[in-house]
Design a binder for this molecule. Structure first.
Ligand code: GLC
Ligand code: GLC
Length: 820
């Protein structure tokens, strides 16, 4: 069953009923000001950091679902029906949930448009954040379809968050007494803590003169009422309340008279603004916000013409970004994910890492070191300059040991001491991110960039040295089988072989109570080979023979260790636990085979020549593949194993305990292309492609336009149900798998390589790819059943499958490929 449809032409998903199985969200903002917005206008906004600079409140896990947001109400101020009372409703359905005659929500690239109709009044609200501004616009267009004049009140309402979202949700003894606002000329300013150390405030403004306002929540809602029936809206009377403490809100009322057929635009602006510390107040000796720099911004955006321009700029921005890579294949799901939604999701995960979604509270996790490095893999071609900045930012949190903080806070860019480090795979991802950046840009200078450790001044060393320390970090931590020690966990955060947690509530990852000198990870072994091979290629490129040789040596040693202790006969093993016992082996009762090492070891090239890669992938197909995707491991853990950690804490079929972890499936897709099985790779691709799952939206439940982290596996009662959509490594990895490996268009150190492993049913496909400033127009035709590439560039045959870098000044190249 579907709840909407894709409008690919407009690059929108159109939700056609408000009661989706879960709130289906979108993101506003792509620079510093962000918001999440659901198909019923639920959600919240923040400046840069979803925890520390939260503008508006959101109550996670509330009932009804998704019950705080950017709310508008319409009230019919005409004669009141004595029986049913005054008519008022939400044009976005929530929070009143009054049934609408028409409803449609269009989620697009950086904007959401919600249109509805009730009682002859059509309301269409466009929500977006203009580029380079720290504010969001809600542009409401009202149309009166009645035969007579409509007298309406329009209300906008937001509940302010007292900045630190954690404190806001917990520290009531303080925060019930600190709320402060100012209301001047119809603009509501939220200035809690501005009197002391903050230099920023939020505001809600409107293009029309107000008829009334409220800033104290209970005054607006009325005692013991909710957002679904505010007293002020019911009665039509606002009370001009000024919040001192309690719950400051911004609620505005305007009156609108619309003749029959008349249309009117009303603009609301919710924004964030900072003043220089010594110019906070005006007059200087007062406690009044200095509004001189914010007012021009507000005045600008309450004009429809400016809103229109800003919206056009946003569209152009996305046109330009998306035009960097476009494909035309025989398959709609592939086209729309590659051209629109997958790349959009890649951008969102790059911006927000794992901080704010419907499943990530904005409080819990900041930027993940591993996560952000992987997000870069899909992002580098979009805005290489920002990828560069991010790489430096990440490397600057690296520790002198070569290890890394597992997370850091986006606002301070400092490593998070609560979580700390010792997730032993973390530093290796930095190598992969930098390699991807080099292949994309050829900007070798980045390796000389002086970057500190742990953000400490005077510890700067070239980025290249950071990469070497990442490699060395693994080599310094080898276990009894010469495999890498796992530390607190590897990619699988829930495989906690050194954190024996036996009390409820204890953290699985940070209860580090074993020496950590025994438990080893085959996965990190494979990842190490992958990363060390990149270091080898980089050393080669730099002409550093000694380094290259050293890399080759450690690669060979690690491969030998994997073959001797990490190969189970038919697949790669997963790990050795703290007692030196194997995991991910026939010897185990549960957890006999895991997906991660099959993917990463084959990606690293292990066993491709001698058939063991094929065997590992066949075993994956046999034991792990399901119609809803490839599950993480089998058999699922049926009970809690103290020595395995969080993985066995999940009921069978969920999350790391045998769920379909969508992030790992692309590794298998890539591995399949590496052994030449394009059909298999593509089959796996479609199983979790959200668009291909659209028709089972009632089972899948999450948005059909973005990947979710997890789909419940076959051991779960809710088999096929997705969770944790949007902020997941699944975005970048699926994008890499389809674009670079199945379509086969991948940057290398020498130039753009085209080595498709497409399904045998495809005769051809076309692509346009911007690469190092050159537009590659690529046409691929299948003339035989194999994957051998015959390459022609601008009409000339070229040997191999890498297009040599063109002469400076070349604008575009015609690439023709015959697959035989
Ligand atoms: C989550 C984490 C990611 C981890 C994965 C597997 O998606 O964000 O870092 O690799 O879970 O545990
Ligand atoms: C939990 C989640 C896992 C995530 C981790 C991050 O363990 O199950 O997916 O990676 O938290 O802290």
């Amino acid at each position: 069953m579907r709840y909407g449809y894709f409008d690919d032409e407009s690059r929108e998903y159109v939700v056609t009923r408000p009661d989706t199985p879960l709130p289906w969200i979108n993101y506003l903002g792509c620079e510093e000001y962000f918001g999440i917005i659901s198909n019923t206008a639920g959600g919240y906004s923040f400046y840069r950091d979803a925890r520390l600079r939260r503008l508006t409140r959101y109550r996670y896990n509330n009932a009804p679902l998704d019950s705080s947001g950017r709310y508008l109400y319409l009230r019919d101020d005409g004669p009141v029906d004595q029986e049913s009372g005054p008519l008022f409703w939400s044009p976005s359905w929530q929070p009143t949930r009054i049934p609408l005659e028409e409803y449609e929500c269009r989620h697009g690239m950086g904007y959401t448009l919600i249109r509805s109709k009730l009682a002859g009044v059509e309301a269409s609200t466009l929500y977006f954040v203009p580029l380079e501004e720290n504010l969001e616009i809600w542009e409401l267009t009202l149309t009166n379809h009645r035969d007579e004049t409509a007298s309406l009140s329009v209300y906008a309402a937001v509940e302010f968050n007292l900045w630190d979202a954690m404190d806001d949700a917990t520290n009531f003894q303080r925060n019930y007494s600190i709320g402060e606002v100012e209301v001047v000329d119809g603009i509501i300013y939220h200035k809690t803590e501005y009197r002391e150390r903050r230099t920023h405030f939020a505001y809600l403004a409107c293009s029309e003169p107000l008829t009334g306002f409220d800033t104290q929540r209970e005054a607006f809602l009325g005692p013991y009422r909710g957002w679904d029936s505010p007293l002020a809206v019911e009665t039509g009377e606002m009370s001009a309340s000024i919040a001192h403490g309690w719950q400051p809100i911004g609620a505005q009322q305007i009156k609108v008279q619309l003749r029959a057929g008349e249309q009117k635009k009303v603009i609301f602006i919710l924004g964030y603004h900072e003043n220089p510390a010594d110019e906070k107040f005006y007059p200087l000796d007062s406690q009044t916000i200095n509004k001189r720099s914010v007012l021009p911004v507000i005045k600008k955006y309450i004009q429809p013409g400016e809103v229109e321009n800003a919206f056009q700029s946003l569209r152009l921005y996305w046109d330009e970004l998306l035009s960097k890579f476009q494909v035309t294949t025989p398959d709609t799901h592939t086209n729309r994910m590659v051209n629109i939604w997958n790349v959009y999701q890649v951008m969102i995960t790059f911006n927000l890492s794992r901080s704010a979604s419907y499943f990530e509270s904005g409080i819990g996790r900041g930027m993940g070191f591993r996560d952000s490095n992987q997000d870069l893999l899909g992002f580098v071609h979009l805005v290489p300059e920002r990828a560069r900045e991010r790489i430096i930012e990440l490397a600057a949190t690296q520790l002198p040991s070569g290890g890394a903080y597992h997370q850091y806070q986006p606002l301070t860019k400092r490593g998070n001491n609560d979580i700390g480090g010792n997730f032993n795979d973390d530093p290796l991802w930095l190598v992969l991110a930098v390699a991807a950046y080099l292949k994309e840009t050829g900007d070798w200078g980045i390796l000389d960039e002086a970057v500190p450790y742990d953000n400490q001044p005077r510890t700067e060393e070239p980025l290249y040295e950071h990469l070497q320390r990442s490699i060395q970090y693994t080599l310094d931590r080898l276990g009894p089988h010469d495999l890498p020690l796992i530390g607190r966990a590897d990619w699988n955060d829930c495989l906690n072989l050194n954190c024996f947690s036996d009390s409820p509530g204890q953290s699985f990852q940070t209860t580090n109570n074993k020496e950590g000198m025994v438990a080893e990870s085959v996965f990190i072994g494979g990842l190490f080979v992958l990363a060390a091979k990149e270091m080898l290629a980089i050393a080669d490129h730099l002409g550093n023979a000694e380094q290259a040789e050293a890399c080759l040596k450690v690669v060979q040693e690690m491969e030998a260790a994997i073959w001797s202790a990490g190969w189970d006969g038919e697949w790669f093993r997963r790990a050795y636990d703290d007692f030196g016992r194997v995991l991910g082996s026939r010897e185990n009762d549960e957890g006999q085979i895991f997906i991660e090492p099959q993917g990463v070891c084959v990606m690293a090239g292990l066993g491709i020549e001698d058939g063991r890669a094929l065997q590992a992938l066949d075993s994956t197909a046999e034991h792990l593949a399901t119609p809803h995707g490839i599950v993480l491991q089998q058999p699922a853990f049926s009970k809690y194993y103290l020595h395995l950690g969080e993985i066995s804490s999940y009921p069978p079929g969920y999350k790391e305990n045998a769920g379909v972890f969508c992030h790992t499936n692309p590794w298998i897709m890539i591995a399949e292309t590496m052994i030449g099985r394009g059909d298999k790779a593509y089959d796996y691709y479609l199983r979790i492609n959200p668009s291909a799952r659209e028709e089972i939206s009632d089972i899948h439940k999450c948005e059909p336009y973005v990947y979710a982290q997890m789909i419940a596996g076959k051991d779960a009662p809710d088999y096929g149900e997705a969770k944790n959509s949007w902020l997941t490594g699944a975005a970048a990895w699926n994008y890499v798998a389809i674009t670079q490996w199945i379509l086969g268009i991948r940057p290398t150190y020498e130039g753009l390589q085209i080595a498709p492993a497409i399904p045998s049913s495809w005769d051809s496909f076309e692509a346009v790819r911007m690469y190092r400033g050159v537009r590659y127009e690529i046409k691929v035709e299948r003339h035989g059943s194999g994957s051998n590439v015959r390459l022609e560039v601008d009409g000339n045959a070229v040997s191999g499958d890498i297009i040599p870098l063109p002469k400076k000044g070349t604008k575009s190249m015609d690439v023709f490929i015959i697959l035989e």
